[in-house]
Design a protein around this ligand. Structure first.
Ligand code: ADP
Length: 303
């Protein structure tokens, strides 16, 4: 009797140890699967999970995860292909629209200039003025569409070379001189005499600065202040555009660099900052914003 009980106990013990080992092995395998999944998620790499396990349940789980991953990668490829096609169509349409619209704007501009010298009925004068204003908006929007499509599809070719940022900043400010004066803005410029150079695309820098100054005037109008500072710090060059207008809330800050995000649809189409950020990052730089509403808003371009 005692012998039988001892044998049973021993058998149970062996079974228990075996089960314990199996559980331990299963836990290790699942830990490994989890860490591989985390790797794939965090590094966004197209990879699969290889589990050298002899446990059927673990093998099956890994196979099913791999099946899901394969489906996901296929969808990702389809999505990217679709996006590229849409962007290409977008680029082509905006490119085709650009020429006729620019020509149209030229004619309207001529008509407008002529109307200033001619005696016209007030109604006709107002119509021509509206035509002129709207044609400017139209050209601006089509150019924005064209640029964002090119940046997103990676087709924007930049001419990166050593450029004089001091000179560009002065030139851009000069372009805004009349508007700033008309809007009664106080302007503060902090640019040292010694020129600062950077490897960048001159047109892209101009476009970014114009957009930021344009926004500072448009959205910061209540503060009647524009600041521009150009400086070097920790081997980077920075350009700050500051205004003292209504500013940007913490919530809006998260979205303003996103395509089509605009707080006021009447004032813009929300592409300017997305284009500027895209251009800056194509040059290895970035744009950030700091804002204390109604006190101080600073957009910083880092190169
Ligand atoms: P748009 O001006 O065409 O709407 P932007 O991409 O240039 O597009 O700007 C996105 C949004 O960011 C604007 O609609 C505006 O709400 C906000 N914004 C940009 N610059 C400023 C600024 N200097 N002060 C306050 N808000 C700003």
């Amino acid at each position: 009797m005692i012998f039988t009980l001892t044998v049973i106990s021993l058998l149970l013990l062996v079974l228990y140890v075996k089960e314990l080992r199996k559980n331990h092995k299963m836990e290790n395998d699942y830990n490994y699967i989890n860490s591989r999944l985390l790797d794939i998620v965090n590094h966004e790499e197209s990879n699969y999970i290889l589990v050298p396990s002899d446990l059927n349940i673990v093998k099956e789980t890994a196979e099913n995860i791999n099946f899901l991953l394969e489906k996901f990668y296929d969808r990702q490829i389809d999505y990217r292909r679709g996006q590229k096609t849409i962007l290409q169509i977008f680029t082509n349409i905006s490119h085709d629209l650009r020429t006729p619209i620019t020509v149209l704007k030229g004619y309207i501009e001529m008509l407008y200039l002529q109307s200033q010298k001619t005696d016209l009925s007030p109604a006709l004068r107002t119509t021509i003025e509206k035509l002129e204003h709207n044609s400017q908006d139209l050209v601006h929007s089509v150019n924005n569409l064209f640029n964002i499509a090119k940046i997103q599809s990676g087709d924007m070719i930049l001419d990166i070379k050593k450029i004089n940022l001091t000179q560009i900043c002065h030139e851009i400010l000069l372009e805004f001189y009349n508007l700033l004066e008309k809007e009664n803005f106080r302007v503060e410029v902090h640019i040292k005499d010694k020129p600062l150079y950077a490897n960048a695309d001159a047109d892209a820098i101009s476009r970014i600065l114009k957009n930021l100054i344009d926004n500072a005037i448009k959205y910061g109008s209540s503060g009647k202040f524009l600041g521009l500072s150009l400086y070097e710090k920790n081997s980077h060059i920075f350009i700050d555009i500051e205004d003292h207008g209504k500013g940007i809330s913490e919530t809006d800050k998260k979205y303003i660099f996103t395509r089509t995000y605009t707080v006021d649809r009447k004032k813009g189409n929300g592409l300017g900052l997305a284009i500027s950020q895209g251009l800056a990052s194509s040059m290895g730089g970035s744009i950030s914003v700091f804002s204390i509403p109604r006190k101080k808003t600073v957009f910083t371009v880092r190169l």
